[in-house]
Unconditional design. Structure first.
Ligand code: HEM
Length: 490
């Protein structure tokens, strides 16, 4: 069994809770449970700077209905599922989704902070994201842990610094103007149109590909791959196949997913071959090709390719979905919309930023982030076993009435003055050393696209009823594609 120290022998007990002050480890030994879950160190003593105590890892309580019913609820009505569980079991509960592997949800801000800032060798995001491997490749930043992750992240960070993002603003405006100028008065399904805009932006920012045919080819193959993988049934098959592979079973079931990504991989490799050795530009690919770690080593082809596909997948549908939800919310809140239009016309950004942040609070694109435990972990009153997944729950944090009065209401003004709020009550981008690499890029992009769109068309609701939250693979999207009415302004 893996331990915090990376050995494969005895498990290590880790205190993740800050309330215990310093983190203390002590090796122990014990039986390894079914499916790699370690219930070990039963009664193994550990000290917390006070008298010796003994403990046995225990899963927090949670729903007792069959895992298959929990999985169906998680797929069909994820928000209702999480809310029911919290109402019944409190801020920390264990669900069993996709098989009987436990997934411990955490919705208390202090405990979420402990998970996200805990030892990344013990609370592993890469292993928690294993379900994405067939899509993004095993060298993807999303899948790496430990020193490997930090080294790759360091090499990618400069491409997302503030000055680089400012350089993309013109591109964001042009892509939006081109798209919106093609619209006719009448109803528009905003979600796919926002995807077209964000895909164009991310492809241009990541590749600097300005040659229209090559860029269009890339966008086409990528959009087809994402559509191919989006059906909930695919998600179930992917999750089950990933769990099987984790347990050392054959990974043949993953083959259809690898097949779906082959076209994108081939095209990325082609782009890479063309660019290696060419003069560097200012796009992300050029920066990745020029990046060196402290030993002077650059990224291999596989590493560059996996990071590219990661950025394309992580950076396009997420922002498009946020934009679609922002429009869906705004057309149903005329006062907020009016203020947004005024600000778009005046060139300001405080209200539009607040609209984007409030949208991400009420409609976070990803409802959870996941960490896989490699040793028993102390979390508040709980001692969690090794070998399970822990999920800081973004959705439930964002609906806490103690942090967000009238939590279900859409009120961007909450974000006009958010000084003093606990940072761990708003986490649409996750946190700790794994916080979304593209968070600043996404916030600027959403604001710029929204402003440009509102300058060009007036928008209104075509139906009064709000759209439901529907699942598309791992993201939560508007059930009727955020359909809005538009009329040209300029
Ligand atoms: C509104 C849009 C976006 C949302 C809601 C979002 C959300 C997230 C979340 C929740 C995570 C996981 C964090 C964790 O595990 O703690 C993540 C990771 C990541 N995101 Fe985003 N993201 C968005 C846009 C983007 C964009 C535009 C890019 C790049 C172009 C991007 C690139 C990444 C990468 C590379 C990671 C992995 C970071 C790591 O593991 O070190 N994301 N994102």
């Amino acid at each position: 069994m893996p331990t915090a120290a990376g050995s494969t022998s005895s498990p290590t007990l880790v205190i993740a809770s800050r309330s215990f002050g310093t983190r203390i480890r002590r090796s122990g030994s014990g039986p390894i449970g079914r499916r790699g879950i370690s219930w070990g160190i039963a009664a193994a003593p550990y000290r917390v700077g006070m008298p010796t105590v003994t403990a046995r890892p225990v899963l927090p309580p949670g729903p007792t209905v069959a895992p298959v019913r929990q999985s169906l609820a998680w797929i069909a009505r994820p928000m209702a599922f999480m809310e029911r569980c919290r109402a019944a079991h409190g801020d920390v509960f264990t669900a069993r989704i996709f098989g009987d592997q436990p997934l411990v949800f955490v919705a208390d801000p202090g405990l979420v902070r402990d998970v996200l800032t805990g030892d990344p060798d013990v609370l592993r995001a890469g292993e928690g994201n294993a379900i994405l491997r067939p899509v993004v490749g095993s060298r993807s930043l999303l899948l790496l842990d430990g020193a490997d992750h930090l080294a790759q992240r360091r090499m990618m960070l400069p491409a997302f610094h503030g000055d680089r993002i400012d350089a993309y603003v013109g591109l964001m405006r042009t892509a939006t103007a081109r798209e919106v100028d093609g619209w006719h008065d009448g109803p528009v399904a905003a979600w796919p149109r926002m995807q077209a805009i964000t895909l164009e932006i991310v492809v241009a920012a990541v590749f600097g590909v300005t040659e229209p045919t090559r860029a269009a080819r890339l966008r086409d193959v990528l959009a087809r791959m994402l559509d191919d993988l989006a059906a909930p049934t695919k998600l179930v098959r992917l999750a089950l196949a990933t769990r099987g592979a984790r347990r050392g079973e054959s990974d043949a079931a993953l083959e259809p997913f690898r097949r779906a990504t082959r076209g994108v991989h081939a095209l990325l490799q082609e782009e890479l071959d063309r660019r290696r050795g060419a003069d560097g530009g200012q796009d992300v690919l050029s920066l990745l090709l020029a990046a060196r770690d402290e030993t002077g080593r650059g990224l291999t082809d596989e590493e560059v390719r996996d990071q590219l596909i990661t950025l394309l997948v992580a950076g396009h549908e997420t922002t498009a979905t946020t934009l679609a939800w922002a429009l869906e919310r705004l057309v149903r809140h005329p006062a907020a919309l009016h203020r947004a239009v005024q600000e778009a016309d005046d060139g300001g950004h405080a209200w539009l930023d607040a609209v984007v942040r409030e949208t991400l609070r009420l409609r976070p694109v990803l409802p959870i982030v996941v960490r896989h435990t490699t040793a028993p972990v102390r979390l508040g009153d709980h001692l969690l076993p090794a070998g399970i997944d822990v999920a800081p729950c973004i959705h439930l944090l964002h609906r806490r009435p103690d942090a967000w009065p009238d939590p279900h209401a859409f009120r961007p003004e909450r974000f006009l003055d958010d000084g003093g709020r606990d940072a761990y009550t708003w986490l649409p981008f996750g946190g700790g050393v794994r916080r979304c690499l593209g968070a600043s890029f996404a916030l600027v992009e959403a604001r710029v696209v929204l402003a440009e769109l509102l300058r060009r068309v007036t928008v209104h609701a075509v139906r009064e009823r709000p759209e439901r939250v529907a699942r598309r693979a791992i993201t939560l999207t508007p059930s009727r594609s955020a359909t809005i009415g538009v009329t040209r302004r300029i």
